[in-house]
Design a protein around this ligand. Sequence first.
Ligand code: PSV
Ligand code: MN
Length: 396
Amino acid sequence: MTEKLEGLIYKALDTFKIEVPSWGFANTGTRFGKFLQAAAAITIEDKFSDAAQVHTLTGSCPTIALHVQWDLPRGMQDVAAVRALEEKYGIRGGSINPNVFQDQEYKYGSLGNPDPEIRQRALDHILECVKIAGALECRDISPWFADGSNYPGTQNMRSHIEWFEAGLKKVHERLSPTQRLLVEYKPFEPAFYHTDIADWGMAFLLARAAGPQAFVLVDTGHHYQAQNIEQIVAWLLHHQMIGGFHFNDRRYADDDLTLGSMDPYQVFRIFHELHNFAWQTGRYADIAFMIDQSHNLKGKIEAMIQTVCTAQELYAKSALVNHGQLAILQKECTLVEAEECLRSAFWEDVRPVVRKWRKDRGLPQDPLRALRESGYLERITADRKKRGVDSSATYA
Ligand code: PSV
Ligand code: MN
């Protein structure tokens, strides 16, 4: 590989940061059951400790996403404890995720509930999350809404739109000038007939109605089969409306599979859109990268490291595309050459340079092996087995 290409990889890896989800370290399951892992995090301190391991070994994960109900069950009262954990483990709280989908009161929705009292309760919870984010100096408030209905005729979809517009506007009013509201969409589950924020268009319109600090969050698992996610990214970039990603892979639905395990080329194409936008405009879009995966069978920390390394590799590969040449080929409609220009970057084996970068940055060249050799997994397995209680998050 030429020095120039190596330089591009180094630049990409030096700037690449991806947040890990606290819930990815705890025992989770599917609606059919939970398979417990002895090494799974039990407390928020365990989650910080595991996330810090991932950061130490990969150098790319300085923040941990927090799900308020699971990690700060007493709300603002838990902020000081989180601050202490940040200090102790050398990583920071990242996006703050409200939870308005789990409690019994949300059986018929949260901000889209026909009962104004429940709508208010959901709003109050999200507003407390804005406060928590303020106290922790976290920029992004990232709610996901399970609202919708299971049977035709059982809810007025237009009323739901109005309730969401009103609720999100109220959240936006409480943001500090540096905070952002990220609106995540998902086509179905748990609602099986209609979901209030089912796709990027709905999320876009709601974010725009909420105010200028609201943006769309793209969870790669939240699309229909065969949907062209990079085109969605292109549209959102064009309108400066993309605020964040939740990365994971999928085969059938929202499967939470390891990033790139099914379709690494798609992840590459998404990253390519971001690099291409930067090449054309002279600046990278301000997007929060996050992992949203809960692994039931794989070791959680191992799966997280595997994901981060895959993301680093694919981000590095996509930084190699020759944008100038591609633009000419696209203009000429030189199809095969244009496609090959993109594809050749994808097929470039960047792993030797990524290993070199790790070495130069004082990181282990093989983070997975380093984890296995560190004895960390054995230590936490013994310790957590002793403590034994499974107080983990339930899977959403
Ligand atoms: C919903 O499926 C989701 O993607 C949301 O981001 C939640 O916060 C997260 O998963 C919880 O597992
Ligand atoms: Mn998500």
